[in-house]
Design a protein around this ligand. Structure first.
Ligand code: PLP
Length: 443
């Protein structure tokens, strides 16, 4: 599957025929009898012959959706577009009936352009430009979050008919990416915010929170739901009857079952009577992290700098440095922005995708292609000693917060995506996409 490209067998039929046949056209990798093969006679005249590429298993997104619906049937997911606005991911989720969490005009347009009803969008950015608020109103996106009084004044001017959701603080100390430093109203400020909203004749319809992205202790959802309940009571005291509870994002693949249990229990405790309340969430990472893998080519290899100009401590540096053709200014920006640690594995050595497991390993470092030394993908790792320039390295779990934030620094293109469907849900994902396209929502 795309989740692990080792020994990948991607049949030609697996690649969506409606897409440019990237893999077929890849000069250094091609399909032979349905198996990914390195092409020893790589097109010598292609100016980007060894380009790195993602492989997206769209069926994995489908499987996550089924997992979500099975464990959290009462909570409607509004996929956080920022995490990975891939056109096929958006189309599949739209076809499956998900909603969308958008952060900007650009994301709203992208979702509307594929034919999604604006009622299925929440504009979940508590601090928006006035023109963006006005535009949201114009295109029919009415549900939006806020966490401060200035935002209320802005919305009263630019989109007075908006349906507002107050974003409250939640404990984000158990997450890799914390948000409280930037967003969220403290509970004790909520009554005055609601009073201001009333004064401005605005309609506040609910409460949202976000426990932080990459939450590694999902017990925090318990406290967050309790706080949301308190905010619902404050709403009633201010004369509002809230109808939306938005439990945000933060869902990690490996901890999803736990998170679902904590959330379900907390909802049972604090919202025993949920009639008239729509519960939604804004998962991003959960849907896409495992669905995308990245294949990169080793474009250079050298030894580390000798001591002469090395002013740093005498720390030992791995004796081999590999340079690959995507880095922290590209897909691996997740190392800097999303605090990820990535692990390479060998995809091909010497033109063959088969790698003997008994191969001796050597300590090494892996670097991106730009001329900046911050462009380090792995400061220390272990890879087979026989690796050479031209061999391929794979990286799994590359779907969340990767290409969406990639730059073209130094003139390197953002790695493109090859699409496939593999394993359970492949047929369902394909037919959902085909049906969606048949309804007129093509690319
Ligand atoms: N909702 C909002 C408002 C966010 O800012 C984010 C991430 O930045 C998300 C949802 C998605 O979070 P995650 O990918 O952890 O599910």
């Amino acid at each position: 599957t795309a989740n692990d490209l080792r020994g990948a067998t991607i049949s030609e039929e697996d690649i969506f025929p409606s897409l440019p046949p990237l893999l077929h056209g890849h000069p250094d990798v091609h399909l032979r009898n349905g198996v990914m093969k390195a092409n020893s006679s790589a097109a010598k005249h292609d100016p980007d012959a060894e380009r790195a590429f993602f492989v997206a298993d769209i069926a994995q997104v489908y499987r996550q959706h089924i997992r979500w619906q099975t464990l959290l049937p009462e909570i409607q997911p509004f996929y956080a577009v920022k995490c990975n606005p891939d056109p096929y991911v958006l189309r599949l989720l739209a076809a499956l009936g998900a909603g969308f969490d958008c952060a900007s005009n650009g994301e709203i347009s992208q979702v509307l352009d594929i034919g999604v009803d604006p009622a299925r969008i929440i504009y979940a950015n508590p601090c928006k430009a006035t023109s963006f608020v006005r535009n949201a109103g114009k295109v029919g996106v009415h549900t939006m979050t806020f966490d401060n009084a200035d935002e209320l004044h802005k919305i009263a001017r630019a989109h007075p008919g908006a349906k507002l959701v107050v974003r409250i603080l939640a404990d984000d100390s158990k997450s890799i990416c914390a948000f409280n430093i930037k967003f969220g109203a403290a509970l004790d400020t909520v009554p005055s915010l609601l009073a201001k909203a009333k004064e401005l004749n605005l309609d506040v319809v609910g409460v949202s929170f976000h426990v932080g992205s990459g939450c590694y202790d999902p017990s925090v959802y318990t406290d967050a739901v309790m706080r949301a309940k308190r905010a619902f009571e404050m709403g009633a005291e201010a004369g509002y009857q809230f109808s939306i509870l938005d439990v945000g994002g933060g869902f990690e693949d490996a901890l999803f079952e736990q998170a679902a249990t904590y959330l379900t229990e907390a909802l049972g405790t604090h919202f025993p009577d949920r009639r008239g309340i729509k519960i939604i969430a804004e998962p991003g990472r959960f849907y896409v992290s495992k669905a995308f893998s990245l294949a990169t080519n080793i474009i250079a290899r050298r030894a580390p700098l000798a001591e002469a100009f090395d002013k740093k401590d005498g720390e030992a540096r791995p004796p081999v440095m590999y340079y690959i053709n995507d880095g922290v200014y590209g897909a691996f920006n997740c190392i800097l922005f999303d605090h990820q640690v990535v692990h390479p594995y060998v995809l091909s050595m010497g033109g063959s995708f088969h790698v003997a497991s008994s191969e001796p390993l050597t300590k090494c470092s892996v670097w991106g292609p730009t001329c900046d030394s911050i462009d380090c993908v792995c400061p220390t790792t272990e890879l087979p000693s026989g690796l050479r320039v031209g061999d391929w390295l794979g990286f799994n779990n590359m779907g969340a917060y990767t290409s969406c934030a990639a730059s073209q620094f130094n003139g390197f293109d953002v790695s493109k995506v090859v699409y496939t469907t593999a394993g359970y849900g492949a047929a369902e994902a394909r037919s959902a996409l085909e049906k969606f396209a048949a309804e007129g929502h093509g690319l």
